[in-house]
Structures are given as structure tokens and as C-alpha cells.
Design a protein around this ligand. Structure first.
Ligand SMILES: [Zn+2]
Length: 94
């Protein structure tokens, strides 16, 4: 949503898979819009983010960072957990 927590504490924590997975939830009304980076910063940031969000196995780019260091691919390639189709951009046919 292009928002940042803006310094406030998370209001809830989502836990699933028996506590193995966690996500903090923040209040949208307290969130602040992210600082608008310049175009050059945005490009550099996008490259850095793309590297962390793109699965080397299937080429999908996710909206969240993948655990490439420990897992090396997305969840679906790693253990078959189907990825939410809304959570990634399918690779474009080159
Ligand atoms: Zn994958």
C-alpha cells in the first residue's frame, strides 16, 4: 500500500503454521506514506528489491521479500505451498 509504519508499534501479530510464520499488522490510519524517492533512487531501490523478491526457479516477482538466503526460492518452488496469485507478478515471456 506504499505505507510505512511511521514509527508506531504493531497492533497485532499474525501467526500461522504453528508459530513458524509471523507477520506484524499495523494500523493503516497511523501509517505514513513512504518518502517519495527520486527516480534514480527508485530505480536503484527497485533493482535491489527485485533481487530479493524474484524467485530464481520460476521467475515470479513477489510483492514480499523471499527467504533466498535460507530457502533459495519461493515457497511454491521450495515446498509446494501454492503461492497466492495476487502475491506475485508472473514472469513476462521474453
Ligand atoms: Zn518459485
Amino acid at each position: 500500500m506504499n505505507l510505512s509504519p511511521g514509527g508506531h508499534e504493531p497492533v497485532a501479530q499474525l501467526t500461522w503454521r504453528g508459530g513458524k510464520r509471523k507477520a506484524w499488522l499495523y494500523r493503516i490510519d497511523l501509517a505514513k506514506p513512504k518518502r517519495t524517492p527520486t527516480l534514480a533512487q527508485e530505480r536503484a531501490l527497485d533493482r535491489a528489491m527485485a533481487a530479493r523478491q524474484t524467485c530464481p526457479e520460476c521467475g515470479r516477482r513477489y510483492f514480499h521479500c523471499l527467504r533466498l538466503r535460507s530457502v533459495g526460492s519461493c515457497e511454491e518452488c521450495f515446498d509446494g505451498t501454492p503461492a497466492d496469485p495476487g502475491s506475485y507478478i508472473a514472469p513476462t515471456a521474453a
